[in-house]
Design a protein around this ligand. Structure first.
Ligand SMILES: Nc1ncnc2c1ncn2[C@@H]1O[C@H](COP(=O)(O)OP(=O)(O)OP(=O)(O)O)[C@@H](O)[C@H]1O
Ligand SMILES: [Mg+2]
Length: 295
């Protein structure tokens, strides 16, 4: 199977091309979002993709969207058979990998919940003893479980890396009430998914959510609890102080750390075995998430 890297729908202008998803305008209030097989790491898109990844991401998000009751979400139609023309003419591009959503005015913060100390959280802790200005006890280890999950927002940067910021920075930008509300919903969704995944032998270490406004209400947008936006660890071998076995993009990041790529120049293609292992990891996590909701 060839990876789907570029989606061109004849006669329809692309509205936006993200690192992984492409957006098309359906009408004034709706967008079509296609999940491609592109993969990014350290904010760079790789020249080769992971075949079938977009289909897996789309299905995982849709399962969570259907089951998360804490807040409304952007999904309007996730069944290709009900797509309008001209989109319905392109099953080979869109079937199982596209959704029609409410167009939202995005709130420009990534809403991150962290239950464990890893990634940029771990990096910040080692440098400052705090994560997003939240001081933590001394002596915590890599991947250690936090006493309680933290809400740690990050700014969405148009260029370059997103930046972790104290909640106060978010408050100053969006107001106290909205910042509080988003923090609360983010943690509620994290805890809901964490408990369900735990029963499948998966630790949800952290996750990133995005929210937006549609008709003056806050809705959950983008993707939800996927291996691109979350860290899923194997509970049976987890041990604080060691780098966890994961079912997500971490495999790619770890591989890249062993190469000479400088994370600034255009990235080299991923070798076949890395592509295959990543594909296996994404398949493993979708089967566990599927199991949660097919009981
Ligand atoms: N309902 C929605 N309304 C408007 N924008 C949305 C909606 N859902 C998702 N988006 C936006 O669509 C884009 C999805 O593409 P993708 O995730 O590939 O982008 P990205 O590389 O993460 O880039 P960005 O930094 O812009 O988020 C994101 O910019 C996301 O914020
Ligand atoms: Mg994104």
């Amino acid at each position: 199977m060839e990876p789907l890297l570029n989606v061109k729908i004849p006669g329809v202008k692309k509205k936006y091309s993200g690192k992984v998803r492409d957006l098309y305008t359906v009408d004034k209030e709706h967008l079509l979002i296609v999940s491609t097989d592109r993969i990014s790491a350290f904010d760079h898109i790789f020249p080769n993709g992971i075949p079938g990844k977009g289909i897996i991401l789309n299905k995982i998000s849709n399962l969570w969207f259907k089951n998360i009751k804490a807040i409304k979400n952007h999904i309007v139609e996730d069944n290709f058979s009900n797509f309008p023309k001209p989109f319905s003419d392109y099953p080979e591009l869109l079937k199982d990998r596209a959704v029609i959503v409410r167009k939202a005015k995005r709130i420009d913060f990534e809403c991150i919940a962290r239950g464990y100390l890893i990634g940029t959280g771990w990096k910040d802790y080692r440098e400052t003893g705090a994560v997003c200005g939240i001081r933590l006890p001394e002596g915590l280890k890599l991947a250690e479980k936090l006493a309680a999950p933290l809400f740690t927002p990050a700014t969405k940067e148009d260029a370059g890396h997103d930046i972790n910021v104290p909640v106060d920075v978010m408050r100053a930008k969006v107001g106290d009430e909205l910042a509080y509300r988003l923090g609360e919903i983010t943690l509620r969704i994290y805890e809901y998914a964490r408990d369900l995944l735990d029963q499948q032998g998966i630790i949800l270490a952290d996750t990133k959510l995005e929210f937006g406004f549609a008709d003056n209400e806050i809705i959950l947008i983008d993707e939800v609890l996927t291996p691109d936006s979350s860290r899923f660890w194997d509970k049976t071998v987890y041990q604080a102080g060691t780098s966890p076995v994961s079912y997500d993009k971490q495999y790619i990041r770890d591989y890249l750390e062993t190469t000479t790529w400088d994370k600034n120049s255009p990235p080299p293609p991923l070798p076949d075995d890395i592509v295959l292992r990543t594909q296996e990891k994404y398949r493993e996590i979708i089967s566990r998430i599927d199991a949660i909701f097919s009981r």
